[in-house]
Structure formats: C-alpha cells, structure tokens
Design a protein around this ligand. Structure first.
Ligand SMILES: [Zn+2]
Length: 192
C-alpha cells in the first residue's frame, strides 16, 4: 500500500478495469479525489453529472462517477463508510482566507492536486469539484451545510474500478474542521 503523508497529495495513472482502494489509515481523515481521461484531459470528473444520474448526493457502492461528457470514469465497488461529499471544492489557499480569515500560508488539497497533476499537463484551472472521500457534510432542511468529523474509522476503505484509462489526483486533506482538527495520512493501492 502507498501512503500519502498528512496534508500532501499525489497523482498517478489508473488503467481501465484496475481497482483503486483508498484507506483511512487512522480514522477521521478525508481524501479528495479527482479523475481525468488519460487520453484527453478535457474530460474530467463531474459532480453535477454524477449527482444527476445517481439521483442522490450520497454516492456509495454501485454508483458511478461520471465525466463532464457523461461517460463513466469510476464505479464505486465497495464502501465501508457510505458517507462522502461531492458538493464542495477541494480546500484551497483562498478557502482558508475567505472562510477562516487566515492570511498566513496554509497547505491545501487544491495546491497539492495542482502540483501533482502538473506532470500530466493538467493546470489548476482544470481541477473540478472533487469527490471528497470520507468527508461528512450534514445538510439542514434550510440548505445550510455543517462540516462534521468523518464517520470513517481506522482501516475503513472505499474501492473504485476504473471504467477507462485515467489520471487520478488524490490527497490527504489539509483542512482542520474537515478532519476533526488532526491531520493524518491516507493509504491507497492499485490492483488488477
Ligand atoms: Zn482539503
């Protein structure tokens, strides 16, 4: 198993039919995931399309993550937790300034994704809403969002199957509240 250190990120290729397992090594740690068509990076993960076709905002086992061209990128084939977020963007330097009023440098998923995806020719402007694995956003009837600690415990995992050749970006999220105020590593593994 590969390990993403706290507040870090990686990018790698995932071939069609390969499985990607993402493991919460210690519990209560979010991992932001993004996917691009390896043959054409203009095609990328679409939160809106995926929610449209799943008809739920809580995607889990059996649901498909679609692209902006409405093609299947990844299928969730196993899920120990069943609660992930697909509404919010990856935390970015501006997130910490705008929401938290933090003007000092702060590591972020967006920056980690942008730096990791650069080797594949993918610029930050192309990074869409991420699938935020294990992120627990509770929605009030009036629409208010409440970020609560992840429901994931030590060694909980989610497994995706690639439906085409992909470039994947993956982080160990850098936002305090999202991760119950402790930054932990994330594990991932590619298998046939
Ligand atoms: Zn983050």
């Amino acid at each position: 198993m590969q390990r993403i250190e706290p507040q870090c990120g990686v990018a790698f290729q995932l071939h069609e039919k390969q499985l990607l397992t993402v493991t919460d090594l210690e519990g209560e740690q979010v991992a932001d995931l993004v996917a691009f068509n390896a043959a054409d990076i203009g095609e990328c993960l679409s939160s809106g399309r995926s929610i449209d076709y799943a008809n739920t905002i809580y995607l889990t086992t059996g649901n498909i993550l679609y692209s902006n061209r409405s093609r299947a990128l990844l299928t969730i084939v196993a899920d120990d937790v069943g609660r992930h977020d697909f509404l919010l963007t990856p935390c970015s330097p501006e997130t910490f300034q705008i929401i938290y009023g933090n003007c000092e440098y702060h590591p972020s998923c967006f920056e980690n994704l942008a730096m990791s995806l650069k080797q594949f020719g993918i610029a930050g402007d192309f990074i869409p809403t991420t699938f935020n694995i294990f992120m627990n956003v509770v929605i009030s009837p009036n629409g208010a969002l409440d970020i609560q600690p992840p429901l994931s415990r030590m060694r909980d995992k989610i497994v995706f199957r690639a439906e085409m050749d992909l470039i994947i970006g993956l982080t160990a999220c850098s936002a305090e509240m999202t991760n119950n105020y402790r930054f932990k590593p994330i594990g991932y593994e590619i298998s046939e």
